[in-house]
Design a protein around this ligand. Structure first.
Ligand code: FES
Length: 258
């Protein structure tokens, strides 16, 4: 883990209010694993760093995908090419993959695609099939297809039916989960709740399923204990023991406070 100043290589809005920023940071890019995150200093007005997933890595460059939700991310959205960004990482455990995996199922709700994009690049050459179930409220809130690797089998659902299937992306899980060796998920709380409450109908019970949790973090380093949650295997710190947890380990009620 390193604290460094990374140069901004690009920063553009790829969906309304969602920015894709590429940074040059050899120290952190070369050490990052899919599912890990950075603590990002967001200007002088925000005291605490913001946890942001490593969205992708290419050589000595890394990408962040973030939604503008407050002062910190608003500040980030205004950064220009050549600016410096104070980042700390990589942090967290990352996704647990296996060299044996041949068929991977990824499920992303909205900006939940952020930590999964890097994983796609990592597994696409060793897996026969990588399927992404990508859901959003409407077409304009959907992660752009051209930013995905062409090898990925993409299934799109929007709540208003403006593109892809009309409905929730979770409805498609039973069609793909049987063939999957491993399932990785990141999405909003209603998605986690739906999956937990319909685990049996969705045929998730006998699969290795991993969920990347998003929560506010004060330190991101396992020091403040502010991110501690109860899991079925005891107390865990999301920043240090996570943010990726086995789905079966998550206690749904505990998640409502995230
Ligand atoms: Fe401080 Fe996790 S954010 S211990």
């Amino acid at each position: 883990m390193k604290q460094t100043f990374a140069k901004v290589l690009s920063n553009r809005e790829v969906m309304p209010g969602v920015y894709l920023m590429w940074l040059k940071s050899p120290e952190i890019a070369l050490k990052s694993l899919p599912g890990q995150f950075l603590m990002v200093a967001c200007g002088e007005e925000t005291v605490l760093r913001r946890p942001i997933s490593v969205h992708n890595v290419e050589g000595d460059k890394l990408a962040l995908l973030f939604m503008v939700v407050g002062k910190g991310t608003e500040w980030l959205s205004h950064l220009q090419i050549g600016d410096s960004l104070d980042i700390l990482g990589p942090l967290g455990n990352g996704f647990m993959t296996s060299a044996e995996d041949k068929n991977i199922l990824l499920i992303a709700g909205g900006i939940g695609v952020a930590p999964l994009r890097f994983l796609m690049d990592k597994v696409k050459s060793s897996c026969k099939q990588v399927t992404l179930l990508l859901g959003a409220a409407a077409a304009e809130k959907l992660y752009p297809k051209e930013l995905l690797p062409p090898e990925v089998n993409l299934v799109v659902a929007t709540e208003d039916g403006s593109i892809g299937h009309k409905g929730l992306v979770t409805e498609f899980i039973p069609n793909f989960v049987i063939a999957a060796d491993r399932v990785f998920v990141c999405g909003p709380m209603p998605m986690l709740r739906y999956m937990a409450e319909h685990q049996r109908d969705l045929k998730l019970t006998n699969k290795p399923v991993y969920f990347s949790l998003e929560m506010r973090m004060a330190c991101g380093l396992g020091v403040c204990y502010g991110c501690t949650i109860r899991t079925k295997s005891g107390l865990k710190q999301v920043c240090k023991d996570g943010p990726v947890f086995p789905f079966n380990d998550i206690i749904l009620d505990e998640m409502t406070r995230l």
